[in-house]
Ligand binder design. Structure first.
Ligand code: HPA
Ligand SMILES: [Zn+2]
Length: 344
């Protein structure tokens, strides 16, 4: 087999291998067709003539330009059935890409601010997870994200709303506009989350500086860094991520669509991986950024031509970095290795 055929085989294996998705926002999986269907069901008029006009608005130049549209579209989500259908649509696509486990962010404040109760959101998403497991065998967990552009007080109020049903969520995260909203703002909220015995993660180093990555680790106790791709601006931060084995949930297509890097060839994930960082590949907001898990894999492979062993290690990272027990991780890694042992 020549080198090109090797890389084609590697891509086929990467698409087929079992893997975990650790960075996906459920609100970011709202496709234009579902947005219009839910708008009709709920008697809402979207400010776009049709699905094509909405999709044409997906022309972002920064994280904020995306978030403005993302929060506006979330307005079609009103009932538990809406959240269930959103979850089911995502899980069906993820399962088709051989994602066998997903740790899924949701943003309660986006909904409670519009008068939708926390429990409506939670009931709907959970019902979707239950049906997804039944239909496609995919396992899913929920991670409650606080919006960092809102106040600490608002985050504490959200945490208080979540506390009666704590066993139904798996961890806490931090997302939304990054620049100007450092992790330090939420140190006390995250201390409480950790006291409650839950794992915590935070978006850091997407558009923001490497200091935000250090703050997420030191002040929030973040067990993974969501994005983290700007770590390269400070070699001491890269060295620390590698030394401490901190997983990075990298979202390649997202970073291109939001102009974090001009081209995939300039993306820092290959360099970080080669240096020994625990990189995973994820879809972030797949409805808005041009694709789900395997679309991200294809885009990365077109730029970097990884070999099969590299993809196997990326999937292994995804299982090792997940928040399931060690026996479950070992079972999934065994399934992964079996795919590569037969074909690799
Ligand atoms: O990529 C993201 N970054 C920050 N907040 C977000 N909320 C949804 N997607 C994102
Ligand atoms: Zn994200």
């Amino acid at each position: 087999m020549n080198a090109t055929q090797d890389k084609d085989v590697a891509l086929e294996l990467a698409c087929r291998m079992p893997k975990a998705e650790l960075h996906v926002h459920i609100e970011g999986t709202l496709e234009p067709d579902l947005a219009f269907a839910l708008a009709r069901r709920n008697g809402i008029t979207l400010p776009y003539a049709d699905e094509a006009a909405l999709a044409a608005a997906y022309d972002f130049d920064s994280l904020q330009s995306f978030l403005d549209l993302y929060y506006a579209c979330a307005d079609v989500l009103r009932t538990a059935d809406d959240f269930r259908d959103l979850m089911l649509a995502y899980l069906e696509r993820a399962a088709a890409d051989n994602v066998i486990h997903a740790e899924i962010f949701f943003d309660p404040q986006t909904h409670t601010a519009r008068g939708i109760t926390y429990i409506t959101v939670l009931d709907g998403l959970e019902e979707g997870l239950r049906l997804g497991r039944e239909r496609w065998g995919i396992s899913g967990r929920l991670i409650l994200c606080f919006l960092r552009h809102l106040s600490e007080e608002d985050a504490f109020a959200t945490l208080a709303e979540a506390e009666p049903w704590l066993d139904r969520i798996h961890g806490f995260g931090l997302d939304s506009s990054e620049k100007g909203f450092p992790p330090s703002k939420f140190a006390r909220v995250f201390a409480r989350c950790r006291e409650l015995g839950k794992p915590v993660v935070a978006h850091a180093g997407e558009e923001g500086p490497p200091e935000y990555i250090s703050e997420a680790l030191d002040l929030l106790g973040s067990q993974r860094i969501d994005h983290g791709v700007r770590a390269v601006d400070d070699p001491t931060v890269v060295a620390r991520l590698i030394r401490e084995g901190i997983p990075l949930t990298v979202c390649p297509l997202s970073n291109i669509r939001l102009c974090v890097f001009p081209t995939m060839e300039q993306h820092t994930l290959a360099g970080l991986l080669a240096a020994g960082a625990k990189v995973t590949v994820n879809s972030d907001d797949p409805a808005y950024f041009g694709g789900y898990m395997n679309d991200n894999i294809r885009a990365v492979q077109a730029a970097f031509h990884f070999d099969a062993a590299t993809w196997q290690s990326i999937a292994r990272n995804s299982f090792e970095a997940s928040f399931v027990d060690e026996a479950q991780k070992a079972a999934w890694i065994k399934r992964l290795d079996a795919v590569f042992a037969v074909d690799g």
